[in-house]
Design a protein around this ligand. Structure first.
Ligand code: ATP
Length: 299
């Protein structure tokens, strides 16, 4: 994964200015490595971008490393409401898929479409507002747990907040603090320190309260114990059934992978070498999935 982040940071001047200057959807994404990223206020808002996601003949290299081809002629369709998982060796391009979906970067050739709309034609904040993104090491800021969950969203109901807390399996640990949702986080006096797994669940609740069409989980449950992960994944399955929320996971853990209905395996050249159901791939000793398991690229 390429997203890094500190656990809790103060609202320094730079950050508050940034929050004022950019749209709500943009705020929750990482702030580092921003120099080459796409920023534009142009583009349209359309009736619905909730549909199939397609990568069509996508070539991609990072602007800062033009000599390294990440994808060449990548073609991929993810249907509305599908629950897919990307696996592959380290550096094969799995997180880059998220970066292209979020439109941090544009393909060099080819296009990424949502419900047949080239995402380059869409207003960037409108586009990103449809996506929930949860990284492995999410950033929380000094403020209460509630502030951290509703971050960037002004119009939420208490019911929506409770549902996000429930789906992310956060209720128990939040209620274990005397001040519950009003517990301050951070390094200031009295601020609670959350574990990695708790931070991931707050970040998941933050993504879910936005009611996304597409949820991207980039190693997002890696710090959860297996029971908690199971609860979260089964909640997300309900979400994908009820709201046709498309779920895209990137994972190294077998426990995460087996919860997805479709597994897409990349090789170290960024090519899709296998695409199928977990049950079918795991049952075939010669499958790429089993090769990854043997090589310890999956745990
Ligand atoms: P891992 O399983 O280790 O998280 P990954 O499959 O998610 O790996 P990516 O993070 O997509 O792989 O990285 C693919 C390639 O692109 C790697 O060679 C990586 O070093 C490079 N890369 C990733 N992010 C950037 C960036 N912002 N700028 C330049 N190169 C990058």
């Amino acid at each position: 994964a390429t997203f890094t982040g500190s656990s809790v940071f103060g609202l320094g001047n730079f950050y508050t200015e940034l929050m004022k200057g950019i749209g709500a959807a943009e705020r929750i994404f990482e702030l580092s490595d921003s120099e080459n990223r796409i920023t534009t206020t142009l583009g349209k808002k359309v009736d619905s971008t909730h549909g199939a996601i397609k990568f069509e003949n996508v070539d991609f290299r990072y602007p800062s490393r033009p000599q390294t081809q990440i994808f060449q002629d990548l073609n991929l369709t993810i249907n509305k409401g599908e629950n897919v998982c990307f696996v592959g060796p380290s550096g094969s391009g799995k997180s880059t898929i998220s970066q292209l979906l979020l439109r941090f970067y544009d393909p060099i050739n080819g296009k990424v479409t949502f419900n047949s709309h080239d995402i380059r034609d869409l207003n960037l904040n409108f586009h990103r507002s449809k996506l929930g993104y949860v990284p492995q090491d999410p950033q929380l800021f000094t403020g209460t747990i509630r502030d951290n969950i509703v971050f960037g969203k002004s119009d939420y109901t208490e019911e929506e907040l409770q549902r996000a807390i429930e789906l992310s399996n956060s209720a128990d640990f939040i209620n274990s603090f005397p001040q519950k949702l009003d517990t301050p986080l951070g390094s200031s006096a009295g601020g609670a320190q959350l574990s990695g797994g708790q931070r991931q669940r707050v970040a998941l609740a933050r993504a879910l309260i936005r009611n996304p069409d597409i949820l991207i989980l980039d190693e997002a449950t890696s710090a959860l114990d297996s029971y908690s992960e199971k609860v979260v994944m089964s909640n997300l399955k309900i979400l994908s059934r009820e709201k046709e929320c498309t779920i895209i996971s990137i994972a190294h853990r077998l426990s995460t992978i087996r919860n997805s209905s479709r597994i897409i395996v990349f090789n170290d050249q960024g090519h899709v070498v296998e695409d199928g159901s977990f049950a079918v791939l795991i049952a075939n000793p010669a499958s790429e999935l089993n090769k990854l398991l043997k090589s310890h690229d999956l745990m």
